[in-house]
Design a protein around this ligand. Structure first.
Ligand code: FES
Length: 127
């Protein structure tokens, strides 16, 4: 993807995020901030009968990268098991964001939703 298209896609998610809000009856309910900047995410998720992610919502405030990553993340992980999410890392997040290579400074921003989900799954006893 060209960098312009990539930028456009991120901005679109930033301005019109998918699944923005808080789920009732959430199995996962976690807040996490990026200590280097103070941006934060509140992630809620429900699991289905098979233990797979059924629905994810987020709210928070942060930079374009963290908010766009969070918006994309709420769609990308539906159907995954906790173990599949635990196995995800930076390369999966970069692929999710259109194949972008993130600079060192932006890695923490992009990983915020994934790290929050992993911690939330652990705290809920799902990992
Ligand atoms: Fe704070 Fe990106 S600058 S999460």
């Amino acid at each position: 993807m060209s960098s312009d298209l990539y930028r456009e896609q991120l901005l679109e998610h930033y301005h019109n995020p998918e699944n923005f809000g808080v789920l009732d009856n959430a199995d996962i309910d976690i807040e996490m901030d990026n200590p280097t900047c103070g941006d934060m995410i509140h992630l809620t998720a429900q699991l289905n009968d098979e233990g797979r992610i059924a629905k994810v919502m987020f709210e928070g405030q942060g930079c374009v990268i963290s908010m766009a990553s969070s918006s994309m993340f709420t769609e990308a992980v539906v159907g995954k098991t906790p173990e599949e999410i635990a196995a995800m890392g930076l390369s999966e997040i970069e692929a999710m964001m259109g194949g972008v290579r993130l600079s060192m400074g932006r890695v923490k921003c992009a990983l915020l939703p994934l790290n929050a989900m992993k911690l939330g799954l652990k705290e809920a006893g799902k990992l």
